[in-house]
Design a protein around this ligand. Structure first.
Ligand code: ADP
Length: 549
């Protein structure tokens, strides 16, 4: 027997319709790429998203067409999220920090028909355009006054370049969002390809809305109409962790920081716009912490943040909480999980724990949110116990987890019985708290046992002289692999290998202590700011430990 409820498909356009109708005068504030601050309301954003939908229709955009964006977090990118997906086309957010050859691969693989891009990326687009012949139209996200002069022989302007504001001005806001199946593709995001060619994750209207409901829960982002949210996480990678959908769903003010992601610009926006909640990767929060310490500054309204995308060193959680009064929640996820998978908040039976014990719980990646099921398995796919000790490959499944990659028959990460292999290695404790110990390719296998490179890195960065640290496994004649600690010292800080190794004593099992330390000026990073261990391993290929080991 079927239920008797209205069969109304979940659609992304419904979010902006709701915000425009019930929170019409709530603001969206953006820092413009051209400079200055732009302000308008959900009501105005909705009007412009409908003008965009009319413009796309006039350009011949059809259901399912991929439309690329290369843009910062700003109001025009927000309009693209709604105008493109609302129409039934696919909003393909492209990460401009990727290497040019990866961008060409991604745009060609997705077969983007149009690409909308910010002024910052004009020189990049000039390089990409000849290599992406299937893109019919490139649209610059700016007004007429900021368009490059086509008469100027030195200007790199593409001959068919269109101006976004002109395009919108030529169309009315008289548009009815179409209705279609909620499983219709809405948006596309390629993984950064740290280990392989980038792979496309194709979200649907349904997966996006379910993820937004989950993101808003109290044990997740815990946001309400009274909040002011500033996503530092980019709209060009994993949909800024769903915030551009969540904000209209709850009707709160949204602050989009544009290209200015330095600590001073962020602090200014946090204060001026009375931001209460933000989300970003550890590197961003480290930069902000240094700034706050130097300036002896304090936040007036910001009191909760999410950190994720990479493991968050405990020292960062503690500093924000104790020095700045901001509670950071640690979260884990990936492009394939939309991205939220786990978030760290206490359960009732942990409330009696001492502050130190509660802090230790908070350093883990957290508990599965509703919509995500997790398990850890051994090399034969046998499930491992939830004892907080057994390490295994982390598998996930759920209605906002990828079931396949776009236009690819590579199914190596999907099990026959419906799980996705994350490529992460984790423990799960008796309370269900998951702790990422490594990416499966980074785990160090020493004497048949596994050593977590992340745990060792977290310890190393707690040393006052260490700015950044990476641990990689290096072949060893007796133990097969041993950990090598590679360190960037803080400017003017002095510390020897012996002192650093002594710092590990009593904090980890003796056999986990790195075999040796090497000092470097900088560490290699991926386009999204994560440690690029494949490069580091190449740099240290053939490395031999000092003779005594
Ligand atoms: P890629 O870097 O391949 O594009 P994503 O941007 O989707 O992939 O990043 C997902 C990966 O980032 C996860 O598989 C995990 O390795 C890492 N990651 C994300 N959040 C955390 C976290 N809180 N702690 C440790 N690692 C994390």
């Amino acid at each position: 027997m079927l239920g008797l409820m209205m069969n109304e498909p979940l659609r992304i356009a419904g979010l902006i319709e709701h915000a425009a109708k019930w929170h019409g005068d709530t603001e969206i504030v953006s820092r413009l790429t051209e400079g200055g601050i732009h302000r308008y309301t959900y009501q105005q954003a909705h009007q412009r998203a409908k003008q965009l939908a009319n413009a796309l229709t006039a350009l011949g955009v059809q259901n399912g067409d991929r439309i690329g964006t290369l843009a910062w977090n700003n109001h025009r990118h927000f309009e693209l999220y709604y105008g493109i997906s609302g129409l039934g086309a696919v909003c393909h957010t492209i990460n401009p920090r990727l290497f040019a050859e990866q961008l060409v691969y991604i745009i060609n693989h997705a077969e983007d028909r149009l690409v909308f891009f910010d002024l910052t990326f004009l020189p990049l687009v000039e390089k990409l355009a000849p290599l992406c012949p299937k893109v019919e139209t490139w649209v610059l996200l700016t007004d007429r006054a900021h368009m490059p002069d086509p008469q100027d022989a030195t200007s790199p302007a593409h001959p068919d370049l269109r101006c976004y504001e002109d395009l919108l001005a030529a169309h009315s806001a008289d548009f009815e969002w179409p209705t279609f199946d909620e499983d219709t593709a809405s948006s596309l995001c390629y993984t950064s390809g740290t280990t392989d060619q980038p792979k496309g994750v194709l979200y649907s209207h349904r997966s996006t809305l379910l993820h937004s409901y989950a993101a808003g829960l109290p044990d997740c982002f815990n946001c309400a109409a009274t909040d002011v949210i500033l996503p530092v996480v980019p709209m060009f990678h994993v949909n800024a962790w769903g915030i551009p959908y969540l904000a209209p769903m709850i009707g709160c003010k949204l602050v989009l920081p544009g290209p200015g992601l330095d600590a001073a610009s962020l602090f200014e926006l946090f204060e001026n716009e009375r931001v209460t909640f933000s989300a970003g990767v550890p590197t961003i929060w480290f930069g902000l912490l240094t700034f706050m310490r130097e300036k002896k500054a304090r936040f007036s309204t910001l009191h909760k943040m999410i950190v994720g995308g990479a493991s968050c060193p405990p020292a960062l959680l503690r500093a924000f909480d104790e020095e700045l009064g901001v509670q950071i929640r640690h979260a884990w996820g990936m492009s394939e999980t939309s991205p939220l998978g786990t978030v760290n908040t206490l359960k009732p039976n942990q409330l009696h724990l001492s502050p130190d014990e509660q802090f230790a719980v908070g350093t883990k990646q957290g508990r599965a949110i509703f919509g995500i099921d997790l398990k850890i398995v051994d090399g034969d796919d046998r499930e491992l116990p939830h004892d907080g000790v057994a390490f295994g490959d982390l598998l996930v499944r759920g209605p906002f987890v990828a079931g396949a990659y776009y236009n690819s028959d590579n199914r190596s990460q999907f099990t026959a019985d419906g799980w996705f292999r994350t490529g992460d290695v984790a423990t799960i404790d008796a309370e269900g708290f998951m702790n990422i110990t490594d990416r499966s390719k980074d785990v160090i296998k020493s004497g048949g046992e596994w050593i977590s490179s992340i745990d060792l890195e977290n310890l190393a960065v707690a040393h006052p002289a260490v700015a950044e640290a990476a641990v990689i496994g290096v072949p060893h004649p007796k133990w097969s692999e041993r950990p090598l600690l590679v360190v960037v010292r803080k400017p003017d800080a002095e510390v020897s290998s012996e002192e650093l190794l002594a710092f590990f004593e009593g904090k980890v099992a003796r056999w986990w202590t790195p075999e040796a330390v090497e000092f470097v000026d900088q560490l290699p990073h991926t386009a999204t700011g994560k440690l690029l261990k494949t490069r580091l391993r190449q740099d240290f290929a053939g490395y031999e430990f000092p003779a005594s080991t």
